[in-house]
Design a protein around this ligand. Structure first.
Ligand code: NDP
Length: 267
C-alpha cells in the first residue's frame, strides 16, 4: 500500500502541489499518493481527522486553514511556533507534528535558485498576513541588516514587528516608507486583485530583487519593479521549495527542485 498524503484548502482545485509531489515521488522512488482535498470552510478539523483515520501519513495545508492546522497539531517545529501557522502536518502514532515550510522555501529560492545574498541586506516585506508572518524568522536567521514590514493596515505591521522585536524588525504603513531596499518581497494578496500597493518610485536599491509570492502570471508589482530597474521573480520557486521541505520531513529524502521548477515553468 502506498503512503497517503494530500493538500487541504478551500479553494484547492488550482493547487500545483499534487503535480509537484508526484514529480518528487517519481524522482526519489517513494511509494506514495498525493491528492488535493477540498475541506468545508467550517469543517477542516473533521476532514483531517477522517483522512487520518483512513490511514494517511500527512498533509499540506493552504489558505485559509494554516492557523487551524497549527491549532490541530499536538507538537510544533520551532519554525511553526515562530509563524503561529502550519502548512505541513505529519501524522504520528501519538499525535500530529505541525511544521511551517513556507519561510524555508522562500529563503532557499532566494539564496539557492536566485543567487541573492540576504545577510547584511535591507529587506522590505510587504503584507502582514499569514504568508508574511511565516517568512519573518527564516529571513532573520540569514541576518539581514534591516527588515521592515509594511502593510495597508499599518497597525498589523507594527504588531507583527513587535512580535519579532528581538530581531530588530520594524513595521508601519506605506506612507512611512523611505530609503532604498535590496530585496522587496510582496507577501500581500494585492497581486491576486491585479493591484499594486503604493510603493515610492525610489524604493529599489541598485541591483535590487523584487519577489512576488504570487505565481502563474505577471503582476503589477513585478511590472513596476522592472520599470524601476529591479530584477523580478515570482513565487513559483518558493512553492516548489516549500513542498520539498515538506517532502523531506515526511520521507527523509530531499528531492531535486531545479528540474521540477523548470518543468512547471515550461508548463
Ligand atoms: P492574507 O489574506 O493572510 O494576507 C493578505 C495581506 O495582503 C494583508 O497584509 C493585506 O493587508 C494585504 N493586502 C491585500 N490586498 C491588498 C491590496 N490591494 N493592497 C495592499 N495590501 C493588500 O494572505 P496570505 O498572507 O496567506 O497570502 C498572501 C499572498 O502570498 C497570496 O497571494 C498567496 O497566494 C501568496 N503565497 C504564496 C506562497 C508560495 O509558495 N509562493 C505561499 C504562501 C502564500 P491588510 O492587513 O491591510 O488587509
Amino acid at each position: 500500500m502506498p503512503d497517503i498524503y494530500a493538500v487541504f484548502g478551500n479553494p484547492v482545485a488550482h493547487s500545483k502541489s499534487p503535480l509537484i509531489h508526484a514529480a518528487f515521488a517519481r524522482q526519489t522512488g517513494q511509494d506514495m499518493t498525493y491528492s488535493a482535498l477540498l475541506a468545508p470552510l467550517d469543517g477542516f478539523r473533521e476532514s483531517v481527522a477522517e483522512f487520518r483515520k483512513d490511514g494517511a501519513s500527512g498533509a499540506n495545508v493552504t489558505v485559509p486553514f494554516k492557523e487551524q492546522a497549527y491549532a490541530l497539531a499536538t507538537r510544533h517545529t520551532p519554525r511553526a511556533l515562530a509563524a503561529g501557522a502550519a502548512n505541513t502536518l505529519k501524522f504520528e502514532v501519538d499525535g500530529i507534528l505541525g511544521d511551517n515550510t513556507d519561510g524555508a522555501g522562500l529563503v532557499r529560492d532566494l539564496i539557492v535558485n536566485l543567487g541573492v545574498v540576504i545577510a547584511g541586506k535591507r529587506i522590505l516585506l510587504m503584507g502582514a498576513g499569514g504568508a508574511a508572518r511565516g517568512v519573518i524568522q527564516p529571513l532573520l536567521d540569514q541576518q539581514p541588516a534591516q527588515l521592515f514590514i509594511v502593510n495597508r493596515t499599518p497597525e498589523k505591521a507594527i504588531d507583527l514587528a513587535c512580535a519579532f522585536a528581538a530581531g530588530g524588525v520594524r513595521g508601519g504603513g506605506y506612507a512611512e516608507l523611505s530609503g532604498e531596499f535590496d530585496v522587496v518581497i510582496n507577501a500581500t494578496a494585492a497581486s491576486l486583485a491585479n493591484d499594486l500597493p503604493p510603493l515610492p518610485d525610489s524604493i529599489f536599491a541598485p541591483d535590487a530583487l523584487a519577489y512576488d509570492m504570487m505565481y502563474g502570471r505577471d503582476t503589477p508589482f513585478l511590472a513596476f519593479a522592472r520599470a524601476h530597474g529591479a530584477r523580478a521573480a515570482d513565487g513559483l520557486g518558493m512553492l516548489v521549495e516549500q513542498a520539498a521541505e515538506a517532502f523531506n520531513l515526511w520521507r527523509g529524502v530531499r528531492p531535486d527542485t531545479a528540474t521540477v521548477i523548470r518543468s512547471l515553468r515550461e508548463g
